[in-house]
Design a protein around this ligand. Structure first.
Ligand code: DGL
Length: 264
């Protein structure tokens, strides 16, 4: 099926998810919406994030007739996914289930950590999903809101970033969990300082990698995989495309072709 896969996030962060999707599914066509005008979602209420998510999904369906929707934003996945799944007929993939599935498949999973935005942690979505998938695990979640700005600033290896990570993750440094779910689009770019902070004994679960695996299987199962050829990506943003392209490169891992500004 030629129709594209729709992907959305509050801004540039979801490009870490898109990067994994493109690497796993090189023949697929993608349309990415970064809601840069209303970023960040992390501190917003469930009502607001759900409303934004519906507006974006409607836009993607109207404009591009997408065959599947990936909610790359962990905050939107945690707060809006049940509503989105009720509204739309196409499959909707969020970040929570793929990460939890990976955690459940691990050999050692007595203790599982979750890091994300305030909205993600407050929603309890990861904890609830982990409770039913890995009932024996002790789960601890920590909100790390400042990491979004540090990642966008490109301060990956700065002492201040290591200090902030050390402060947030102090409980995990003292007692490293078996697995740590990186439940925010921005944290994959901070994997090195996070790893340095908590040591080598913890499996880091990256939502983009896990979601790409799930989308791969789902496209085959539902019979909508594109037959072949070279895929492409269309970038849509709700604010200045130049800033998106500049900051987004670090998250996407490649130069971004020009983005189009849209009104939702
Ligand atoms: N994309 C958000 C997430 O993954 C992080 C940035 C924001 O707060 O909007 O939760």
């Amino acid at each position: 099926m030629e129709n594209p896969v729709g992907v959305f996030d509050s801004g540039v962060g979801g490009l870490t998810v898109l990067r994994e999707l493109v690497a796993t599914l090189p023949s697929e066509r993608f349309v990415y919406v970064g809601d840069t005008a209303r970023h960040p979602y992390g501190g917003k209420s469930a009502d607001t994030v759900t409303r934004y998510s519906i507006e974006i999904a409607n836009h993607l369906i109207r404009r591009s007739d997408i065959k599947l929707l990936v909610v790359a934003c962990n905050t939107a996945s945690s707060l809006a996914l049940p509503v989105l799944r009720k509204i739309y007929k196409i499959p909707v993939v969020g970040m929570v289930d793929p990460c939890v599935r990976r955690a459940a498949a691990l050999r050692r999973k007595e203790t599982i950590g979750v890091v994300g935005t305030q909205g993600t942690v407050r929603s309890g979505a990861y904890e609830e999903a982990l409770r039913s998938a890995v009932p024996s695990a002790r789960v601890r979640s920590i909100a790390c809101p400042l990491l979004v700005s540090l990642a966008e600033e490109g301060w990956i290896d700065k002492p201040v970033t290591r200090e902030v990570i050390g402060e947030y993750l102090a409980p995990f440094r003292e007692d490293p969990p078996d697995a740590l779910i990186l439940g925010c689009t921005h944290y994959p770019v901070l994997k090195d300082p996070i790893r340095d902070c908590i040591g080598d004994g913890t499996v880091l679960i990256d939502s983009g990698e896990e979601a790409a695996r799930v989308v791969d299987v789902l496209l085959s199962e539902t019979g909508v995989r594109r037959a072949g050829g070279v895929g492409d990506v269309e970038f849509l943003v709700t604010d200045d495309p130049d800033r998106f392209a500049r900051v987004g490169q670090r998250f996407f891992g490649a130069t971004l072709t020009c983005a189009e500004r849209i009104a939702l």
